[in-house]
Each structure stands twice: as structure tokens, then as C-alpha cells.
Design a protein around this ligand. Structure first.
Ligand code: 5GP
Ligand code: ZN
Length: 114
């Protein structure tokens, strides 16, 4: 058995502010938001990062990526722009080793990100 914070959130063992949920994906608010909109999109199946995406089926991957656009539309993020980030490895700032996409919006973003 692994001890994964996001699996516990998915299993409702830990409370979170859920934005969107299906059988395959969950979107919830980041506890430490870096933007007015800062959601975390996760597959319900545990994989540690984008490096293990092959362990998901095509329908799950399709739904996962489609959810980004759905959330952006529902929150009116497209016009002003938004950012999707998946930190991969501790060197890039990954602190929870269950694949997640940060969806950030309604703030100004710098590029390059630094
Ligand atoms: P990472 O650093 O792995 O890219 O992102 C992990 C994210 O999870 C961080 O932005 C952090 O604020 C968020 N986080 C950590 N613990 C919790 C929690 O218990 N609940 C929620 N909703 N977010 C969390
Ligand atoms: Zn997990």
C-alpha cells in the first residue's frame, strides 16, 4: 500500500474543495493558491508523474487533457490566458508524487517562467 496524499483526497479520506469530478478525474482547489484560480487536476488512478502516463489508458488520457479545456471554459480563462504546469521531479518542484496538472488563471504570468 502506498501513502499518497492525492489518493487520500480522491478517496475522500482527506477533505478538499472539489471543483469537478468524474469516474476518472478529479479537480480540486490547491490549498496554497498561487493565482486567483489555482486548481489541481489529477487522474484517479495513481501514477507518480507524466513519466508514467503510458500506464493510463487512451480514454483516461483523453479525458484528463480534455478536462483542462473544460475547466478553462467554465472559469472563463481562455480570453486572458491561463497556465497549465506539471512539475516533474523534486528538482522541478514536484512535492506530491501523484500526477497533477496545476491550472492557474486570473493573474499575470511571466515568460520565461524562471
Ligand atoms: P507540486 O509541488 O507537487 O507541483 O504541487 C503540489 C501542490 O499540492 C502544491 O501546490 C500544494 O499547495 C498542494 N497541496 C499540498 N497539500 C495539499 C492538500 O492537503 N490539499 C490541497 N488541496 N492541496 C495540497
Ligand atoms: Zn496517489
Amino acid at each position: 500500500m502506498h501513502d499518497c496524499l492525492f489518493c487520500k483526497i480522491i478517496n475522500k479520506e482527506i477533505e478538499s474543495d472539489i471543483v469537478y469530478e468524474t469516474d476518472n478525474v478529479l479537480v480540486f482547489k490547491d490549498i496554497n493558491p498561487q493565482a486567483p484560480i489555482h486548481y489541481l487536476l489529477v487522474p484517479k488512478k495513481h501514477i507518480s508523474s507524466i513519466m508514467e502516463i503510458e500506464k493510463l489508458g487512451f480514454p483516461e488520457i483523453h479525458e484528463l487533457l480534455n478536462t483542462i479545456g473544460r475547466i478553462a471554459s467554465e472559469n472563463d480563462l481562455e480570453k486572458d490566458g491561463f497556465r497549465v504546469v506539471t512539475n516533474t521531479g523534486s528538482g522541478a518542484g514536484q512535492s506530491v508524487f501523484h500526477l497533477h496538472f496545476h491550472i492557474l488563471g486570473k493573474r499575470k504570468f511571466n515568460w520565461p517562467p524562471g
